[in-house]
Design a protein around this ligand. Structure first.
Ligand code: PA5
Length: 525
């Protein structure tokens, strides 16, 4: 760590109070020069994307999350108006809720239940605790982000007796995601149990004409907000998906948009070393050899940013983790992302980072302001915040000593503007990196494959239940059932389905144990 190398390899932006120190990444000048033409190509592609080019060829759609924070950049006046109207509508709706003009059966709404998954949940899940202030927030935000009945019950346990003051927002761009549909049905049941009509307390954020949109319209939900096809799920935090919950919580949504817009402008700077997203993308390339050979470890030294790594995990891995490149060549691209927070992680996996397999690069996030107000001294002249800062410096130095690369992003404090900046920085870096490795960052064929496979298993479960129900009193082994269903190649799946049914007695299946583990028989009495 030397001063000259630090000053040559650190980007500082005084206006945004933002610094990116890449002096410990080991990237030399020749690397930057060699990559410069490719980076300029990536920048050109990004400018075309912002101009409305079809940047997601598989889905034949534009990629326009940048317009959300700079509507005048949208490729048509209609789109510009739609973005502005949506923002105004969200603010108006939130205002009415806060003033009690839109209320629940039990009076003013105090809770918000967000029902969504993946890109339709992770943004709000990151932002709500990052910018929220318990006791001061206008509403408390809760999530159903899975089809796990126990997880749903856990969330409902916080809302028991309060559902008449709970506004529900169902978020799904496609409007047909099974986990979200199930969450919605579970919510309807829970509201019904407390004698509340769900539709009177529900809002939908979805694509126009989607299944969800149709349900919300026909049942007369409180409101419907659009989710445009040109905004991808994982880049939708600054669309209605993220802005609606944030506005209801009482967060400064305009501040987030301004921070993002400022970063968007900055990250179109053609001079590579003055463009922090270009620097990031190039260093990811350098660290991973452009093939994901190292994992990205995100280490924010600030509890509020704990979920940033989870948010980035989706943004980066769903965008970059692709089998084929844009020419159809099999490339198996991606960068694995994980992390939590410092210094907590120093008492967990940082041991391996320092001494174990050298297969990662770290990104430290330094937040200079410790807290609102003064701190006590935990030792002479030293505060808890000084300790946190020293631990960051210590881990950074310890990794460098062992030749483990790291980047350090510094911001003054966590607020709406800096959160918007960080989101926009990473969105842009992902776009640049995708161009450098020639992949489509804006589709997710792997997610679709998982959904299709699940649908196949549910169909088989239906056949299994029908078979057992029409053969009541007959007990058969897994192999016998598989043969009766002409599904011999599905015996393992049938075993899993039967065992799941046994653990959930309402399915009505009984198991007779045998001496040998897999010779048990199953049937309906
Ligand atoms: O980023 C994405 O595109 C995905 O993670 C989606 O957000 C996720 O699959 C949920 O999809 P939908 O919003 O259609 O319910």
């Amino acid at each position: 760590m030397n001063w000259n190398s630090f000053t040559r390899n650190t980007y500082v932006n005084k206006e945004l109070d933002f610094t990116l120190d890449y002096s410990l990444m080991g990237a030399s000048e020749p690397f930057f020069s060699e990559m410069e033409p490719r980076l300029q190509e990536a920048l050109k592609a990004m400018i075309e994307l912002e101009g409305g080019a079809i940047a997601n060829p598989d889905e034949d759609r534009m990629v326009g999350h940048y317009w959300l924070r700079a509507p005048h950049k949208a490729p048509s006046p209609d789109l510009e108006k739609a973005i502005q109207k949506n923002l105004a509508d969200i603010e108006e709706f939130a205002g009415k809720v806060h003033r009690g003009e839109i209320a629940g059966a039990g009076g003013k709404f105090e809770h918000l239940l967000v029902i969504g998954i993946g890109g339709s949940a992770l943004g709000p899940q990151f932002v709500a605790p990052t910018l929220g202030q318990p006791g001061e927030d206008r509403m408390e935000v809760h999530f159903f982000d899975n089809t796990d009945p126990d997880g749903i019950d856990l969330t409902l346990a916080h809302l028991r007796g309060e559902l008449d003051k709970t506004l529900a927002v169902v978020i799904s761009k496609s409007g047909g995601t099974p986990e979200t549909r199930n969450g919605m049905l579970e919510a309807i049941q829970a509201y019904m149990t407390e004698g509340i009509e769900f539709a009177r307390q529900a809002v939908a954020i979805t694509g126009e004409g989607s299944k969800l949109d149709q349900v919300a319209e026909s049942e007369g939900w409180l409101a419907r907000f659009p989710m445009w096809d040109w905004v991808g799920g994982r880049t939708s935090e600054l669309a209605g998906v993220g802005l609606f919950p944030a506005a209801l919580q009482g967060l400064e949504i305009r501040g987030m948009l301004e921070g993002a817009a400022a970063m968007d402008t900055l990250t179109l700077t053609p001079e590579t070393r003055d463009n922090p997203a270009a620097i990031l993308a190039l260093l990811w390339y350098h660290a991973t050899n452009g093939k994901g050979e190292r994992d990205m470890v995100i280490l924010p030294y600030k509890d509020r940013l704990m979920l940033f790594s989870k948010y980035l995990q989706q943004l980066i891995m769903e965008s970059l983790g692709k089998e084929k490149d844009l020419d159809g060549k099999v490339v198996h691209q991606g960068i694995a992302v994980y992390g939590n927070k410092g210094s907590t992680d120093q008492h967990a996996y940082v041991q391996q980072l320092r001494e174990g397999v050298n297969n990662f690069f770290a990104t430290f996030i330094e937040v200079k302001k410790d807290r609102e107000g003064a701190s006590i001294e935990v030792e002479d002249g030293i505060t808890s915040g000084d300790y946190l800062h020293a631990f960051l410096l210590g881990t950074r130095a310890a990794l460098a000593e062992m030749d483990r690369p790291s980047l350090t992003i510094s911001i003054d404090e966590v607020n709406a503007r800096t959160v918007g900046m960080l989101i926009a920085l990473y969105e842009r870096a992902v776009g640049f990196y995708a161009s450098l490795v020639n992949i489509n960052a804006y589709h997710q064929p792997g997610v679709e494959a998982g959904k299709k496979a699940a649908a196949g298993f549910l169909k088989l479960q239906g056949q299994l239940m029908e078979h057992l129900s029409s053969n009541k009193g007959t007990f058969s082994t897994v192999a016998e059932i598989a043969s009766a269903l002409k599904a011999e190649d599905q015996a393992v799946t049938l075993y899993k389905l039967l065992e799941h049914a046994i653990a959930n007695p309402s399915k009505g299946i009984t198991k007779k144990q045998a001496d040998k583990g897999f010779d048990a028989t199953y049937g309906m009495a």
